[in-house]
Design a protein around this ligand. Structure first.
Ligand code: GLA
Length: 405
């Protein structure tokens, strides 16, 4: 069986079922008791995310529209009074990492535990308290699927450590702590979108985040009212080039902004685009700039459509976003393109890659009663292309980081 389709999909009896991510529940408290012993003081969690539209715009001070999904990283935590972290993870059985917080610097802890130690470091760096703790981490956010498994770990851990120390961080500050962890401790030059989505999202809404204006707004997003579902296709492609390419795209954008005499590419209004492009020397840079400026416009258009409840009508903007990421920004790959093309050919209202690209996932807006056909079409196209079978799920907007009890 190539695919399984589901949740509320109006499927006929005997049809295969695609589970939503809701099925999987992280069990950090249980892991805590089993491996670290005793009971945690508290349990926190933070979600992964998809981005509806607005890709590679965040580090250009532009517009993004992500939402949290119902797959989460959960952390069970108990205070220690010796200034040390002791960390275990359900995804790294048999490993316990111990870290001394005194004098902790980037580079001291690498691998999976770096995200956790980096949260403590980033809290202190931004003037918050972070004390020693025992932490058990368990996550249902798939790694390498472009769903921000790292932001989920960073946000849940930073929230746990801050709360334990008696600090209440606003969602945006939590996101900034998590981003600092990723930028400086882990060493990935990401923007702020993923951490904001993981921290500040609310169920039933997409998070309209204007990075340059430092403004967020929760826009209702309920595809079900239009008879639609959001289908997530994890292509299971993970290209190792991704990190270097991400940094290169970012550097190209920053250099172009400097050439054009603006502090970021998002300062360029659509009506100024042609003049800006004329001021740039090479074709590759022109295409990168065109992507950023047009993508911001597409986010604006989608937000206006969602405000009027016209969910289905956002499809063309999703398709145009994908084409721009494929042709102008050049961050797509064969698996993402095949998934998008197959979904659209089978009747999806819209489809695009989501996240940084070079692998990862596609989101498609699909009629509830066509989701079987679309899923089968994508799975079939992958088989014909000789790709690993994709993983299909339905996703819907979930809450951001919080206490689990
Ligand atoms: C990754 C980064 C984000 C953002 C996206 C592309 O997910 O972590 O900051 O730049 O890529 O939109």
């Amino acid at each position: 069986m190539g695919h399984r389709i589901g949740r509320g999909s109006g499927r006929r009896p005997g049809r295969p079922v695609l589970p939503s991510v809701r099925g999987a529940v992280p069990r950090a408290a249980e892991l805590f008791g089993r491996v670290l012993g005793g009971a945690p003081d508290a349990v926190f969690s933070a979600p992964g995310r998809v981005n509806l539209i607005g890709e590679h715009t965040d580090y250009n001070q532009g517009l993004v529209l992500p939402f949290a999904i119902d797959a989460r990283a959960q952390v069970a935590v108990r205070a220690r009074d010796d200034g040390r972290l002791r960390v275990v993870s359900g995804q790294q059985p048999g490993e316990t990492v111990e870290v001394n917080l005194d004098g902790l610097e980037p580079g001291a802890v690498t691998g999976w535990a770096g995200y956790v130690a980096g949260a403590a470091w980033a809290l202190a760096e931004r003037g918050h308290r972070a004390a020693g703790a025992d932490l058990a981490l368990d996550s249902t956010v798939p790694v390498g699927a472009g769903l921000s498994s790292s932001a989920a770990v960073e946000c849940s851990t930073a929230l746990a450590l801050a709360t334990l120390a008696g600090d209440r961080l606003a969602p945006e500050e939590l996101a900034r702590v998590a981003q600092l962890d990723e930028n400086r401790f882990v060493g990935v030059p990401c923007g702020l979108m993923d951490q904001m989505a993981s921290s500040a999202s609310r169920a039933g809404t997409v998070l309209f985040f204007d990075v340059g204006a430092d403004r967020t707004e929760h826009i209702p997003f309920d595809p079900a009212t239009a008879g639609l579902v959001t289908l997530l296709v994890d292509t299971r492609a993970h290209h190792s080039l991704a990190d270097g390419q991400y940094a290169r795209r970012r550097a190209t954008c920053e250099a172009a902004a400097e050439t054009l005499g603006v502090d970021s590419l998002s300062r360029i209004a659509p009506g100024e685009l042609d003049a800006a492009l004329a001021g740039l020397g090479d074709d590759e840079t022109r295409r990168r700039v065109r992507h950023v400026v047009t993508e911001n416009e597409r986010v604006r258009a989608v937000v206006e459509l969602l405000r009027t409840g016209a969910v289905r009508d956002i499809g063309p903007a999703m398709v145009a976003s994908h084409a721009s990421l494929r042709d102008d920004f050049e961050v797509s790959c064969a698996e993402l393109d095949v998934a998008v093309d197959a979904a659209l050919a089978a009747g999806a209202a819209g489809a695009r890659m989501t996240g940084g690209g070079f692998g990862g996932s596609v989101i498609a807006l699909v009629d509830r009663d066509r989701v079987d056909e679309v899923g089968a079409a994508v799975t079939g196209a992958f088989a014909r292309a000789g790709f690993t079978a994709p993983v299909l799920r339905l996703v819907s907007p979930a809450d951001g980081a919080g206490a689990d009890g």
